[in-house]
Design a protein around this ligand. Sequence first.
Ligand code: IPM
Ligand code: MN
Length: 354
Amino acid sequence: MKLKLAVLPGDGIGPEIVDQAMKAVKAVSLKFKHELEFEFGLTGAVAIDEVGEPYPEKTHQLCMNADAVLFGAIGDPKYDNNPKATVRPEQGLLLMRKKLGLYANIRPVETFESLLHKSPLRRELVEGADFVAIRELTGGIYFGEKGRKDDGNTAFDTCTYTREEIERILKLGYEFAMKRNKKLTVVDKANVLESSRLWREIAQEMAPNYPEVTTEYMFVDNAAMQIIQWPKNFDVMVTENMFGDILTDEASVITGSLGLLPSASIGIHTSVFEPIHGSYPQAAGKDIANPIATILSAAMLFEYAFDLKEEGKLIRDAVAASMAEKVVTEDIAEGKAYKTSEVGDWIADYIAKA
Ligand code: IPM
Ligand code: MN
């Protein structure tokens, strides 16, 4: 099969972790005789530095013409503490989501046996936890009307959702639940927010169409608590953009490290696969960042963008083997810590020899 990828390393540790994922992608493509073609594109702070904007049209065209996008991370501290900056790396990510129509961000939360002791939660609470968080990605407060008034002394951001946006993400949630353990948790703040009340209203309309699925409604504050108290009670969770952003960072640490969780952003045009963590600027260039989340994002890329399940599984097996053999970076190492590039090489080698 012909696989045409756009590769967007981005900022901070992005280039290093994407390098490792590409080693796995190349090894798998070779093994299964796929014809791999890829091209790099600029995004984030590096794109601002080079061409003045964080998601240049050229990068967008590259993504539109690819079968799938592998993305690293964006963000640079030089913008974080400057609220007056008019161009920001994050705008690039938001623009990419909007222009590619990436309305659903799928974030699977799985635990690894060899890492349970690294979880901030007790083993018995987290062992076997396995759920999927589906975050709406192109609506809500991230994209609503925003601005300043009263000479700049009043600021507002608006959370807006349309029926169509809510229906399509809930439908995806139900489809995931049908393929899994048939439980859907709709997370909102319907006791306060009108947009949440529309979510809940629509979910209540749709629920009877999926009689095999148990629909559960949960307020976001309660959900934040339940994730750390009873993570095993979740199967598929669906929620709006900002709630999903916050809850999935929380969910990621229960697995033992933020460096482990991949994601797939799917929607109308080309899908994007990226780790859920950020650009970790303090570690950039040091060859210490954990590449696993990005390598697992490459596994999702094979599975979701090309329906190549065996290829995805081989990458997952290689990752599991590296953890079992303790070939891991310093964030999760017990004894010897391996470099980012060494973990990438080990995994690619495992794939080649499998
Ligand atoms: C994420 C990130 C982004 C978001 C930032 C970098 C804009 O935190 O992908 O979760 O908030 O969506
Ligand atoms: Mn986030």
